[in-house]
Write a protein that binds this ligand. Structure first.
Ligand SMILES: [Zn+2]
Length: 262
């Protein structure tokens, strides 16, 4: 499946950088500098226009405050989390709540449900962070993706499918703190995506779910296992398009190499 100009880079764990055809940079779940799964050459961000925050746990917003200080992005999140980030220096708040859709720059963002907790660790204090959420993002080219955030499987994923029909879904598969492969496979039944990008696995020993375990449970679904730091300009559906994915990976490696040399 062609991303038609959208560049998608997994930065490890649940963090993605998306570069839109219009030249804007979006970060979903800003955990970068302290993210052990993020390759060193990706830790220095050139610019950030939009942050999408799924919830307040450190492995999702751990570097949000630092990124906000450096790049002053628009910050999308649930009101309680946005309020905390505003206190920490965010100047461009685009708060919203579940069920709502707003235009942020050149994307349309819908906040959807996730079934998870959302406390924010602020020094030795645990702050109420509202609720965890996921996002459906629609790009100018019509492409729709769904980042599930941290969640178990829930039946209303069928509503997300009915209403928004995202072609590409990013699902946690690591188990323990989120769904593992078995629940993620059930999520695929509800979401019927063209491609699934597994995330939130392997970062810590306790996150034991693997893409190969997951793929075995969803034989008809294309599972795109990304490598952190590798940019996918094109993702593919099962079968004939496989070389395109390989091309995408090769280009990502070349970019990574170039960055290392730079
Ligand atoms: Zn998490």
């Amino acid at each position: 499946m062609n991303l038609n100009g959208v560049q998608l880079t997994w930065l490890g764990h649940a963090t993605f950088r998306i570069d839109t055809p219009g030249g804007r940079t979006i970060i979903i779940d800003p955990w970068i500098m302290n993210n052990p799964a993020c390759p060193p050459f990706e830790k220095k961000l050139k610019h950030v226009d939009v942050l999408l925050c799924t919830h307040g746990h450190g492995d999702h917003i751990g570097d949000a405050v630092e990124i906000i200080k450096q790049h002053n992005p628009q910050v999308v999140g649930i009101p309680e989390l946005c309020g905390w980030l505003e206190k920490k220096g965010a100047k461009q708040i685009a708060m919203m709540n579940k069920g709502g859709t707003q235009k942020v720059g050149d994307i349309k963002v819908t906040m959807v449900h996730a079934d998870h907790s959302c406390g924010i660790q602020d020094g030795d204090q645990l702050i109420y962070g509202g609720e965890a959420c996921g996002y459906v993002v629609e790009f100018e080219n019509g492409l729709k993706i769904y980042h599930a955030g941290d969640t178990n499987v829930f039946g209303d994923m069928a509503i997300i499918r009915e209403l928004y029909a995202p072609e590409i879904v990013m699902l946690p598969i690591g188990d323990h703190f989120t769904m593992g492969p078995r629940e993620a496979a059930y999520a695929c039944k509800l979401l019927k995506p063209k491609a699934v990008i597994p995330m939130h696995f392997g970062t810590f020993p306790v996150l034991t779910g693997t893409p190969s375990d997951f793929q075995k449970l969803v034989p008809g679904v294309e599972v795109v296992t990304m490598t952190p730091g590798v940019t996918a300009g094109q993702l593919v559906t099962t079968g004939a398009e496989l070389p395109t994915a390989v091309r995408g990976e090769t280009r990502g490696r070349r970019q990574a190499q170039e960055r290392k040399q730079a």
